[in-house]
Design a protein around this ligand. Structure first.
Ligand code: EPU
Length: 338
C-alpha cells in the first residue's frame, strides 16, 4: 500500500468535482483495512472511505485520508433448488456485477442495471429502481467494525432497510467498512415488470419471451434516455429522496395541485415524485453557471464542467427552499455532502 499526497479526486467522484485529498490510498484486502485502521488511529487523521464515488458531493478539498475500497471477487457460496447465493466483494462495480448475474441467469437484480457505484455501497442506501430494491435480493453483508476491529455479518433483519436507508446510513454511519455482500438470486425466472415504462420498453423492443437479459436491455435504454451519463456530464443520480408524507398532507397538496404525481404506500402514507415538485417550481433544465438541473429529469443535478461542490450545494438549497415555499414539503438529500 502506498499513501499518495495531494491526490486529485476528480475521476473518483461521479460529479467530476475538482477536489484533492491531502492523503489518498487504495485498500484491496482485509489486511490492508486493518493496517489503515491502525494508522488512522495513531495519526488521529480525519478519514473517508469511498466506493464508486457516485453518491458524494465534495464541497472542498479533503484535509485527511481518503481510502478507496478496491476489494475484488465474485463467487457462488451456496445454492438450493430455487436459489443461488452470490457473494461479491465491496469494491466490485455494481453494474458489472449485475451483468455477471444476468449472463449466468441468476435472476432478481436486472431491474437495477446501470446504477452507478460499487457493490459495497448498495446496502448503505438500499439502492432501488423500477419496482425493485436491493433489499429484495439481499442475503447478508460482511463488514469490518472500525470501533473494535472485528469482522461481523448482518442478515437482512439486522440492517433495518428502508427506502434509500439502512443502519449503515444511520447508527453505523462512518463506523464500518463493508467487505462483501451476498445476494440470494432466483434460478427460475421471476420478473418484475409492473413499472409502466418497463412494460412499454419491452413492447418497443418486441420482446416475446421474458428473460433477465431483455429486462436489463430495457432498463439500460430507459436510463440512457432519462439520466445523464456520468462519463459525459457529472451527476450523482437522484439528488434528493422522494418525500413521503401523510395522507392528510397529500390530500391537501392534491386538491391545490390536481396533477401531483404520488404513490400510495402500504402504510397509508404517500411518496411524492420529487422530480415533479422540482419541475413545477420551474427548475427543470435551469443552469446557474456550470451547476444545473437535468433537462430530462429534474431530480438530477448536474455539473456541466467547472461547477464546484459549493455551486451545486447552493443550487440545491435554492431548489429545496422553493419546493418548501410552494408545497410545504421538505426535500431530503440522498447525496452525502462532504
Ligand atoms: N417527474 C416529473 N418531472 C421530472 C421527473 C419526474 O414530473 O423531471 C415525475 C413523472 O411523473 C415520473 C415520476 O415523477 O413518472 C417518477 O419519475 P421517475 O420514474 O424518473 O422516478 P423517480 O421517482 O424520479 C426514482 C429513483 C431513481 C430510479 C427511478 C426509477 C429515488 C430518489 N429515485 O426516481 O433512482 O432510477 O425511481 O425507478 O427514489 C437514484 O436513486 O439515484 C435513482 C436514479
Amino acid at each position: 500500500m502506498e499513501i499518495l499526497k495531494d491526490y486529485s479526486l476528480k475521476s473518483l467522484n461521479t460529479f467530476g468535482l475538482n477536489v484533492d485529498a491531502k492523503y489518498f490510498i487504495r485498500v484491496a484486502s482485509l489486511v490492508d483495512i486493518r493496517e489503515i485502521d491502525r494508522f488512522i488511529k495513531i495519526k488521529k487523521l480525519p478519514y473517508l472511505f469511498i466506493g464508486g464515488g457516485s453518491n458524494v458531493l465534495f464541497t472542498k478539498n479533503f484535509n485527511g485520508l481518503v481510502i478507496k475500497i478496491d476489494l475484488r471477487g465474485i463467487e457462488i457460496v451456496d445454492e438450493d433448488a430455487r436459489h443461488v447465493f452470490v457473494k461479491a466483494a465491496s469494491g466490485e462495480n455494481w453494474d458489472e456485477f449485475v451483468r455477471y448475474c444476468v449472463n449466468h441467469n441468476y435472476v432478481g437484480i436486472e431491474n437495477l442495471s446501470l446504477i452507478p457505484g460499487s457493490v459495497g455501497a448498495s446496502p448503505i442506501q438500499n439502492i432501488g429502481a423500477y419496482g425493485v430494491e436491493m433489499k429484495d435480493f439481499f442475503y447478508e453483508v460482511e463488514f469490518y467494525d472500525l470501533t473494535d476491529g472485528s469482522v461481523k455479518n448482518f442478515k437482512k433483519a439486522d440492517c433495518h432497510f428502508g427506502y434509500r436507508s439502512s443502519i449503515f446510513k444511520n447508527e453505523l454511519k462512518g463506523k464500518v467498512v463493508i467487505l462483501s455482500v451476498t445476494f440470494r438470486l432466483n434460478k427460475k425466472p421471476f420478473f418484475k415488470t409492473d413499472y409502466g415504462v418497463i412494460k412499454d420498453e419491452l413492447k418497443k423492443l418486441g420482446v416475446k419471451e421474458l428473460a433477465a437479459k431483455a429486462i436489463r436491455e430495457a432498463v439500460i435504454n430507459i436510463r440512457r434516455r432519462k439520466l445523464p451519463d456520468t462519463e459525459i456530464i457529472g451527476n450523482a443520480g437522484s439528488f434528493y429522496k422522494n418525500p413521503v408524507v401523510t395522507a392528510e398532507k397529500h390530500n391537501e397538496i392534491k386538491s391545490a395541485f390536481p396533477s401531483l404525481v404520488s404513490f400510495l404506500q402500504s402504510d397509508g402514507t404517500y411518496k411524492l415524485a420529487a422530480g415533479w415538485l422540482i419541475e413545477q417550481c420551474g427548475w427543470k433544465g435551469k443552469r446557474i453557471q456550470d451547476a444545473g438541473v437535468h433537462d430530462k429529469q429534474a431530480l438530477v443535478l448536474v455539473n456541466y464542467g467547472n461547477a464546484t461542490g459549493e455551486d451545486i450545494l447552493e443550487l440545491s438549497e435554492k431548489i429545496k427552499s422553493s419546493v418548501f415555499e410552494r408545497f410545504g414539503v421538505e426535500l431530503e438529500r440522498e447525496v452525502n455532502v462532504v
